[in-house]
Write a protein that binds this ligand. Structure first.
Ligand SMILES: [Zn+2]
Length: 165
């Protein structure tokens, strides 16, 4: 029911937004579209197959260079797929859901805390934070084990971070 309410609100937001679009507003529209697409499209996690829209607190999205997009239920699934497929260069941009405000932020500039008491859609996860300060606060509040940069997360470190607790 909660998810349904979220979708309804998002839909209303989307409808209003669409009406206000005009050609002078191109710049804004682009940014808004990126956010809106997450509720408009219902896609399953490219790695585990779960419906990513049922996990608005943790889902992630990647846009291919061709413009098409793929979704993930969690940063964990994104990082696992990325480490397995080695196709990071195929993505023009990746967004993850920031923990405190649930905003989609650039996955490459986000910081990630592993080993915390916050579970993602698939269990232990890398929880995305927008700044060093947020990451440190989160680590304290949720017994996080370590703060990671995007580039530090690979097949090897994934294993260490997700199995250790
Ligand atoms: Zn998944």
């Amino acid at each position: 029911m909660k998810n349904f309410t979220f979708l309804m609100l998002a839909f209303v937001f989307f409808s209003c937004e669409k009406k206000s679009q005009n050609t002078e507003n191109q710049e804004n529209t682009k940014n808004t579209d990126a956010v809106i697409q997450k509720v408009e499209i219902n896609q399953d996690c490219a790695h585990c197959g779960m419906p990513s829209q049922e996990f608005p607190r943790s889902n992630a999205k990647a846009e291919r260079k061709t413009g098409s997009e793929i979704w993930f239920c969690s940063p964990r699934c994104y990082f696992v797929l990325r480490s397995e497929a080695k196709q990071d260069t195929a993505f023009a941009k990746v967004w993850v859901t920031e923990f405190y405000e649930l905003k989609k932020i650039d996955a490459q500039t986000a910081l990630y805390v592993s080993g915390s008491d916050v579970m993602g859609a698939m269990g232990h996860d890398f929880i995305p934070l927008a700044s060093e300060k947020d990451a440190q606060n989160f680590q304290k509040e949720h017994q996080g084990k370590r703060i990671w940069k995007y580039t530090e997360i690979n097949a090897q470190t994934l294993k260490e971070a997700l199995s250790a607790k």
